[in-house]
Write a protein that binds this ligand. Structure first.
Ligand SMILES: *[C@@H]1O[C@H](CO)[C@@H](O)[C@H](O)[C@H]1NC(C)=O
Ligand SMILES: *[C@@H]1O[C@H](CO)[C@@H](O)[C@H](O)[C@H]1NC(C)=O
Ligand SMILES: *[C@@H]1O[C@H](CO)[C@@H](O)[C@H](O)[C@H]1NC(C)=O
Ligand SMILES: *[C@@H]1O[C@H](CO)[C@@H](O)[C@H](O)[C@H]1NC(C)=O
Ligand SMILES: *[C@@H]1O[C@H](CO)[C@@H](O)[C@H](O)[C@H]1NC(C)=O
Ligand SMILES: *[C@@H]1O[C@H](CO)[C@@H](O)[C@H](O)[C@H]1NC(C)=O
Ligand SMILES: *[C@@H]1O[C@H](CO)[C@@H](O)[C@H](O)[C@H]1NC(C)=O
Ligand SMILES: *[C@@H]1O[C@H](CO)[C@@H](O)[C@H](O)[C@H]1NC(C)=O
Ligand SMILES: *[C@@H]1O[C@H](CO)[C@@H](O)[C@H](O)[C@H]1NC(C)=O
Ligand SMILES: *[C@@H]1O[C@H](CO)[C@@H](O)[C@H](O)[C@H]1NC(C)=O
Length: 801
């Protein structure tokens, strides 16, 4: 019984399927209480989910996977394209350029004894795989190529172990000699220069290929160097050498490749050939480092000792690691469709693929602090993914926060986005601020809050010269005019001079978070930053209307760009929505980033009460939210929209939030391989599903979770720190989701009327019991039942006065 098999384009739970049983040596016995049976890493491996579907440890640096020539941002996908290699570094769920995929290796049996008949270049070697051979489970991935070569892969922290079995190879007639080649490239073919040396003499015990390469980050500045150390086991070596384009030879054994005329790209690498027939697998142990080749070899030797590698032992260890990570959560499904369980547990799994723990592999400075990478990007991660880790893995989340502070200490700036040890592009505000303050309001331990305060003040006060990669831009205008002007004059620093509306909104929330921290630490800057947190109001144009196809939507009042001189500019409120084309940093840069003014109208997480007022009161606010979600303007596959699902809570209509959550789950977030509405973005889509499903959705930076009924009968989460268990339980639960409205609630046995709750629920291990019905009720509707805003509905009460 092994994980998930890919059958007819759908993933089936093996436990329901006898046909998949007992064929594998990695067999786990059918065991419905083993949550790993419900994890399908292939969810999101189609239709732009871009998830990493291969083998990894929780937060593991090394991620082993086949790479394909189709949708390959995360390495592999089930889009029917061909496999071009097997590599050990990947990111998960990202958009844009494919990330990493460095130093792919590839097995083949060539058509004659002449090594030049092997297919070396990527186009020539691309091979179809047998769809129903895919086995994907935590810590293990297997697939058989159409030519019969069977492959399996697993990992440790900094090394991968691949096995290639040629016994069923159709190309092999019993005498043909298997070849393992290595390509000095990555998925994006971004290599600038690289070296390789091959040490594998005929009949030798030692068969080691090592080297390095300089590559470009997929969404960032500069370049990075990666180092590898590959040891091949099994069979008997016949010969070895290097290759360039489609030619190979046994001499020389070393190669240095660079980019010459017009940055011309040469395909090149090394190869080792074995005497056929080979019985049993050829194993390929790939050690990786960002420090040195020696460290890559050491990583492999320490973590996957030889000479005989224990593949099954590594898989077991990886799976035990995953079980431990998933163990704080337990659910009583209450009879819901198994597909909900698969969607849920797979989403929990995906929250811990990235960020990646690169501790000990930081090439830039030496430190005893943790070093995490693949914050890709914090803009995507701060809203739901990192808040989810704060609940289920607070120890790691604390280390993640410490690594952000260590980056600040050594680079002078908090990162906003980072990958492959490089600085990534900033999408909006200084989002690390939000991450730090969310950790603060939730009492994460082990963090130096004075340094955190200093780092955020630095974002708020010092303009970064390169604010495309760190800090904020336009700070002179921000301080003088209290908004980011359209076409700002900003000679103090450089970045793409766009997104004036979304940057104004994001900087406002960053400053609100800074105010929260200042207050907590007893700093007198609290009032100053709280005032700046209101800067968003300066871009609200009360008489702005919006039409779709020339027909007025009937809603008035939107954020609009404003010039330096105070005159309004204009951006059609529907621009950058799914109805009007995408806007990113590079494609169609606009005054709102990756979303429309319609959507950003709701991005004031600290003062929804004021938004409700400005938009004309609760009724029109709710009508506008409804129109937004049903007109095609909302893109549920992009993070800014998430909070809008829960905003009815602020208008005293928690039932409408529950209804909206059911509108999107499972119709847009489900267990099919194309079951994500867009890039998973690390684990952002996963976490939207998770928080909605457990019935407590965060407004990060604030100690607030909105309450809706969980999608299961009950959910319990044991805090790994306090060891207390929090439970949220439905009474009158109905697995067909007709009863999705809370009628009344009890917290630890006492009546509870608020439609939100704080993080103490998790750390103190409280019990929340929700009585459900099929209609909205009066529960949670009162003014005093709603989450707080900086100003309440009457605009008089200060949030933290
Ligand atoms: C089911 O799997 C869990 C987790 O590995 C294990 O603790 C339990 O003993 C297993 N139960 C059976 C009946 O095999
Ligand atoms: C097996 O294949 C090799 C390589 O293609 C070829 O040289 C040899 O003649 C074949 N042997 C038989 C018995 O077909
Ligand atoms: C690989 O699969 C594609 C799509 O199914 C097919 O068109 C192509 O002919 C296959 N290639 C080979 C070499 O079989
Ligand atoms: C390799 O490429 C990087 C990035 O372009 C460059 O900084 C470095 O000098 C190159 N190394 C050599 C040895 O050419
Ligand atoms: C890569 O390896 C070559 C050959 O050993 C070495 O000369 C070069 O300095 C290495 N490059 C880096 C960046 O470590
Ligand atoms: C469970 O969900 C799957 C996938 O959405 C669906 O095909 C199946 O019909 C559902 N089963 C039941 C009993 O509703
Ligand atoms: C954080 O700690 C303070 C002081 O002990 C306590 O009052 C507060 O309730 C805690 N907050 C959370 C979210 O646990
Ligand atoms: C601004 O940066 C300088 C160093 O460049 C630092 O000394 C100063 O403390 C920073 N100011 C704030 C307010 O953080
Ligand atoms: C303000 O600046 C904009 C852009 O340069 C210009 O179009 C507008 O006429 C100016 N308004 C006033 C009142 O000068
Ligand atoms: C599953 O989600 C995908 C992506 O959002 C969607 O296209 C598909 O229709 C959903 N499937 C079902 C059965 O709801």
């Amino acid at each position: 019984m092994v994980g998930f098999r890919y059958l007819n384009g759908l993933a089936f739970l093996c436990a329901t399927f006898s046909l998949a049983a007992s064929s594998s040596r990695f067999a786990r016995h059918a065991n419905a209480s083993d949550v790993l049976e419900y994890v399908n890493p292939l969810i999101g491996s189609q239709a732009g989910g871009n998830v990493f579907a291969g083998a990894t440890l929780p937060y593991g640096m090394v991620k082993a996977s086949p790479d394909v020539n189709g949708e390959n941002t995360g390495g592999f996908s089930t889009d029917g394209s061909q496999i071009t290699g097997f590599s050990a570094l990947h990111d998960s769920g990202t958009g844009g350029n494919p990330s990493l995929g460095n130093f792919p290796i590839f097995p083949q049996v060539c058509s004659s004894g002449d090594i030049n008949t092997c297919s070396f270049p990527i186009r020539a070697r691309a091979t179809n795989y047998t769809t129903d051979s895919i086995i994907s489970e935590p810590g293990h991935f297997g697939v058989t190529l159409e030519n019969g070569i069977k492959t399996d892969m697993t990992v440790s922290e900094h090394a991968a172990l691949f096995e290639f079995n040629f016994e069923g190879s159709t190309a092999s007639n019993g005498t043909a000699d298997p070849v393992i080649m290595l390509d000095l490239t990555d998925l994006w073919a971004s290599r600038q220069n690289a070296s390789i040396s091959v040490d594998a003499k005929e009949g030798a015990e030692v068969r080691r290929i090592k080297g390095n390469g300089t590559f470009l980050p997929s969404f960032g500045a500069g370049s990075y160097v990666a180092y590898f150390c590959l040891d091949l086991g099994g069979g008997t070596v016949k010969d070895s050498g290097v290759w360039v384009n489609n030619r190979a030879g046994t001499e020389p054994k070393d190669l240095y490749v660079t980019r010459g005329f017009n940055l011309f790209y040469l395909e090149a690498g090394g190869w080792v050939r074995f005497k056929g027939p080979v019985s049993g697998p050829i194993s390929a142990r790939m050690g990786i480092s960002f420090i040195s080749t020696d460290q890559a070899c050491q990583n492999a030797e320490d973590e996957i000792p030889g000479p005989k590698y224990d593949f099954e032992g590594l898989v077991r260890k990886a799976q035990d690691g995953w079980r431990r990570k998933l163990s704080p959560i337990s659910i009583e499904a209450g009879g819901v469709n198994d597909s909900m369980l698969v969607s849920f547990w797979s989403a929990v799994y995906r929250t811990m693929i990235s960020p990646q723990d690169y501790t000990g592999e930081n090439p830039h400075w030496t430190s005893s602090e943790p070093y995490f990478d693949s914050f890709y990007c914090l803009w995507d991660m701060w809203r739901v993914q990192l808040p989810f880790l704060t609940i289920v893995d607070p120890v790691q989340q604390s280390r993640i926060v410490r690594s952000l502070l260590d980056i600040y200490k050594h680079r002078g700036w908090l990162p906003d986005c980072s990958m492959s040890t490089c600085k990534g592009w900033t999408q909006g505000g200084s989002d690390a601020d939000n991450v730090l303050v969310d950790a603060y309001v939730k009492n994460l331990t082990g963090i130096d809050w004075d340094i955190a305060y200093e780092a955020i003040v630095n974002d708020a006060e010092n303009e970064s010269l390169e604010w495309s990669i760190e800090g904020r831009g336009g700070l002179a205008s921000w301080k003088r005019l209290n908004y980011i002007p359209y076409l700002d004059f900003d000679p103090n620093g450089f970045g793409t001079n766009s997104r004036s509306i979304s940057r104004t909104l994001e900087y406002s929330y960053n400053d609100f978070n800074l105010a929260t921290l200042a207050k907590g630490l007893g700093k007198d800057t609290y009032a100053k930053y709280l005032a700046r947190a209101g800067n968003w109001q300066n871009l609200f144009k009360a008489d702005q209307t919006s039409a779709i196809n020339g027909i007025d939507t009937g809603f008035t009042g939107f954020f609009q760009p404003k010039y330096l001189n105070g005159t309004w500019g204009y951006q059609d409120p529907i621009s950058c929505s799914p109805l009007a084309g995408f806007c990113s940093l590079t494609s169609n840069p606009s005054e709102t980033f990756e979303s429309s003014a319609w959507e950003y109208m709701f991005f004031v997480p600290h003062d929804i009460a004021e938004i409700i007022e400005l938009l004309g009161g609760e009724e029109t606010f709710l009508e506008r939210l409804d129109f937004f979600h049903t007109s095609g303007l909302a893109d549920i596959g992009n993070e800014p929209v998430f909070l809008t699902v829960y905003m009815p809570h602020y208008a005293g209509r928690p039932g409408l939030s529950a209804k909206r959550a059911h509108y999107y789950i499972p119709s847009r977030f489900n267990s099919s391989l194309a079951g994500l509405p867009g890039n998973d973005d690390s684990g952002a889509m996963a976490s939207f599903t998770l928080f909605s499903t457990i019935g407590l959705f965060p407004n990060p930076g604030q100690n607030v979770y909105f309450i809706i009924p969980p999608f299961f009968e009950s959910v319990s989460i044991t805090s790994p720190v306090t060891k207390r268990t929090a439970t949220i339980r439905n009474v009158n639960f109905d697995a067909t989701y007709k009863n999705i409205y809370v009628q009344s609630a009890k917290l630890n046995g006492e009546e509870y009327r608020k439609n939100w709750i704080g993080h103490e629920f998790f750390t103190n291990g409280w019990t929340l019991e929700l009585v459900l019905g099929s209609e909205e009720s009066a529960w949670g509707t009162g003014v005093g039942d709603r989450p707080l805003s900086v100003s309440d509905a009457t605009g008089k009460i200060k949030y933290m006065a």
